[in-house]
Design a binder for this molecule. Structure first.
Ligand code: ADP
Length: 867
């Protein structure tokens, strides 16, 4: 016994897609066999059956219905599989022997064109790396929008990680070479996506496709770009007509933000639950289109370092802010625009339906309004867009005159082509309508002619139209005209020659109509596809416009100011705020100044208890610089920002257990990376260096890190520390200044003022913070005893007095403190039941934010009780 012909065909096809799950089309199902069937039945919870394959044992099999396959495919893609779709490519009724089948498409996580896995506000990237000992090249593409980027550098592995984390690709291809294995392992530690090896393929197709654009690429860039292109051709099996714009860029032309910093600053998602809410992107996103949202994300991921380019964006934003009326008009128009980037890709790939064309038309309808609005502006960016803005009138006219305004989803069921566009279509429609009218009147006419009141005209798929007469009335039928067709239990069905003729006309007309409508639709879609360059250019301009208006809107709403941009090393922020935290706690956010320069204010050493606001302050400085460099106004009263080439942050303890590194090891690797890569134009944020080891070790490391920055790197640095000993450095280095965050001691407790001041504190208030956090009073009392015995009673007394003296409170702070004092006076821990609630608090499971909010709510509750 040998394999059945179908199984032979299956195995032959499977040979060409060993790394994919093969969806093998059998009638109305996609079937999977052997190992694929076992995997899919497990992953998707499907029943594993078997099919006779000609061998003794049946082949394991499972299947999904063709019409609902998308959901199943999405689930597999989400789990990191690749799916090869194998279709019947000839009509089974015409096939001699077994139906011919071919793989028509390979769906992979990084090459999705449509479906629920594509997020509107996020590009879906695939990337290809060629990593050599001398450097690497990286190519990145979003097939659904047609964006294609290429870069290369002689930097090391860390730069690659940073660059990849900018794109966060869904799939990474590694070109096979001596470094490939090492790279695979390292990338797997960092990225939870599909990572595969590919053979280098410098095929001609790439050169032919991009023509002259490839001249700007060096050899290593060609290698990753051509290999990626080849992979896309193999998976998409189309000419990739939507990928037209090859953008080569230098990594160094943008602010370098390493992957930890992206994470720490919560640029596009929060650290804890990876949500957009709570990120900078969330605050800044007032875009009206998906294209704008994606562009905004890209801008946040890649801040500029060129003064001229930054100022161009800022000027455009300012002009929009100064013209609120036109800004609102622009927002109204943009709101009506669909995702033209992804629409045109679908149109080019031939997967767009008539509704997609109508969405494109409705979007184009807004373009003349937008051009009108743009005519009011003079800033370089906006007037450049105006001058080259194509309103695509011809494409609008084409769709408008040809496609019905409310077409069905399917492109094979007709009702797509508008009346008056094509005389043949109109003719068939008239024929079909007239025929149907004739039939509609037939029942009445025949009733009158025969006198049979119960006579009915009906239709079924097998016999077509018929006249039905009950057996009791058969004697009254005109035998010469009626031809018997079907006998039922108590009726007979007839046709007449005339009815048959009209029926033929209707059916032919409908058949021809469907065919013609489909052909015309495909032709129109092709004509629109031919204009892909023009449509993509407008889509890009719209995405920029939308991002700029989003900046303007958010700046107006949140009272941001236009930053001045300088290159003399001064970062001078007056009354700066944290863009995200101020949204969370609104009125109570305390603004702070920050002054950094290249000489006396290079390094700010910040002391203050936990929860005082050190991290918030440092992050807010970094975010304000970043916002200025993406061209957005900033949350401050006034800001003068020196362009920063890199931002580094070392914040919090993030255990990297999966990679076998301890918290302290991770911390030290991050510090080491920063010290090796920072320049004098960088901004460094250190939050508690040296915490993960013994006090003396930690202090020594923190101390020497600060000295190294002061002596060698000379980068502007915010350094928060609980090692008060470090504040001594101010006396040795003229570039170091001590700052502290104010707290007010009151009744054995402390109040956070969140105000940054010159000077140091030399008390940690650790026990007071622990008390506020709800640690049982027994623990607190014991801790105090231990502290006293550690420090010696007298000495600690002296120390606390000294600390209070060191906090210099100016008048404004004093007022705030008095307010708080009054509130706290009312707050009698022993009296009310709130105390119980506090002592039962599960503090370990709270974020600082939740803790803050809780404390804040407590204050309000107590106020209420006492008032
Ligand atoms: P630290 O780093 O000193 O431990 P954080 O910066 O984490 O303190 O701040 C602790 C909490 O205090 C934050 O959750 C935040 O809500 C609040 N906070 C910080 N800075 C301010 C401020 N300037 N105004 C109001 N609240 C603030």
């Amino acid at each position: 016994m040998g394999l059945t012909p179908m199984m032979q065909q299956y195995l032959q096809i499977k040979q060409n897609c060993k790394d994919c799950i093969l969806f093998f089309r059998l009638g109305d199902f996609y079937e999977m066999f052997f190992e694929d069937a076992k995997i899919v039945s497990k992953e998707l919870d499907l029943t594993l059956t078997g099919r006779d394959c000609g061998l003794e044992e049946r082949a394991p099999m499972c299947g999904v219905p063709f019409h609902s396959s998308e959901t199943y495919i999405s689930k597999l893609i989400e789990k990191g599989y690749k799916v090869a779709i194998c279709e019947q490519v000839e009509d089974p009724s015409e096939a001699k022997g077994i139906v011919r089948r071919e793989i028509v498409k390979i769906i992979t996580p990084g090459t999705l064109m449509e479906g629920n896995l594509l997020e509107d506000d996020r590009n879906n990237y695939i990337s290809c790396v060629n990593y050599l000992s001398t450097g690497f090249s990286l190519s990145i593409c979003d097939v659904s929008t047609g964006d294609f980027y290429v870069t290369s550098t002689n930097s090391n592995f860390y730069t690659l990680i940073d660059e990849l984390s900018k794109y966060n690709p869904s799939e990474i291809l590694i070109i096979k070479n001596d470094n490939a294995n090492m790279l695979l392992n390292k990338l797997k530690e960092k990225f939870n996506t599909l990572i595969e090896f590919v053979d280098e393929d410098i095929s001609n197709e790439f050169n032919t496709h991009f023509g002259n654009d490839t001249i700007k690429l060096n050899d290593i860039e060609i290698s990753s770009a051509a290999t990626l292109f080849k992979y896309l051709m193999e998976t998409q099996k189309t000419s990739l007509g939507n990928i037209n714009n090859l953008i080569r860029y230098n990594i160094d032309n943008y602010m370098i933000i390493d992957s930890n910093t992206r994470r720490n600053l919560e640029l596009t998602e929060t650290i804890i639950n990876k949500s957009k809410k709570g990120s900078l992107f969330w605050v800044l996103d007032k875009t009206q289109t998906s294209m704008g949202a994606r562009n905004l994300r890209r801008w946040i991921e890649a801040p500029l370092i060129n003064k001229y380019e930054i100022e161009n964006r800022l000027e455009a934003v300012e002009e929009l802010i100064n013209n609120i009326y036109q800004l609102d008009n622009l927002r109204e128009s943009l709101k009506k625009i669909y995702d033209m980037e992804r629409l045109i890709s679908k149109i080019v790939y031939g997967s767009a339906n008539a509704r997609d064309l109508i969405s494109l038309k409705n979007s184009i309808y807004e373009l003349p309004h937008i051009k009108d609005i743009l005519s009011n502006f003079n800033s370089k960016l906006l007037s450049d867009i105006y001058n080259s803005f194509d309103t695509l009138d011809d494409i609008y006219d084409l769709i408008d005159k040809s496609i019905d305004d409310n077409p069905p989803v399917s492109i094979k069921d007709g009702n797509i082509i508008k009346k008056g566009f094509n005389s043949e279509v109109d003719k068939y429609r008239v024929a079909s309508i007239e025929g149907k009218n004739w039939i509609a009147n037939l029942e009445q006419k025949e009733k009158e002619l025969t006198g049979i009141k119960s006579l009915k005209v009906g239709y079924n798929k097998v016999f077509g139209y018929y006249i039905e007469v009950t057996k009791a009335n058969l004697s009254n039928i005109p035998e010469d005209r009626y031809i018997r067709k079907q006998t039922l239990a108590n009726a007979e069905r007839f046709i007449t020659p005339e009815l048959k003729e009209i029926e033929n006309t209707i059916l032919n007309a409908e058949d021809n109509l469907l065919k013609l409508e489909y052909e015309l639709f495909v032709e129109i879609r092709k004509k629109v596809a031919d204009e892909v360059y023009r449509i993509q250019k407008v889509a890009k301009q719209l995405s920029i416009l939308d991002t700029l208006q989003s900046f303007a809107k958010v700046s107006l709403e949140n009272n941001y100011c236009k930053p001045k941009i300088n290159q003399n090393g001064i970062i001078d922020i007056k009354e700066g705020r944290h863009p995200v935290i101020e949204k969370m706690i609104e009125e109570s956010f305390v603004p702070n100044d920050c002054y950094l320069d290249n000489s006396e204010n290079l390094i700010l050493l910040i002391t203050g208890p936990n929860m005082a606001g050190k991290s918030t302050f440092m992050r807010q400085v970094a975010l304000i610089c970043l916002m200025a460099q993406i061209g957005c106004f900033v949350p401050a009263k006034d800001a003068n920002i020196s362009i920063v080439d890199k931002i580094f942050t070392r914040i919090g303890a993030s255990d990297d257990i999966s990679s076998g590194k301890s918290t302290f090891m991770v911390e030290m690797s991050e510090v080491s990376y920063i010290l090796k890569n920072a320049t004098e134009k960088s901004l460094l944020i250190f939050d508690e260096v040296g915490r993960g080891t013994s006090t003396f070790d930690g202090l020594s490391i923190a101390w020497s890190v600060v000295e190294y920055i002061a002596n060698k790197i000379k980068a502007k640095t915010l350094f928060a520390t609980h090692y008060h000993e470090l504040t001594e450095l101010e006396n040795t280095y003229h570039c170091i200044k001590n700052y502290s965050i104010e707290v007010k001691e009151f009744n054995d407790s402390i109040i956070f003022l969140h105000k940054i001041k010159r000077g140091k504190v030399d008390q940690s208030y650790g026990i007071e913070v622990a008390k506020l956090a709800g640690l049982p009073s027994e623990v607190i009392e014991k801790a105090k005893e231990i502290l006293q015995s550690l420090e010696g009673n007298k000495e600690s007394e002296l120390k606390s007095k000294k600390a209070t003296k060191n906090i210099k409170i100016d008048n404004s702070i004093r007022e705030v403190a008095i307010d708080y004092n009054n509130e706290i006076n009312l707050f009698n821990y022993k009296e009310n039941e709130i105390i119980n609630e506090i002592s039962n608090l599960d503090i370990l499971n709270m974020t600082p934010m939740q803790a803050f909010n809780y404390v804040y709510s407590l204050v309000n509750r107590v106020k209420k009780i006492r008032s």
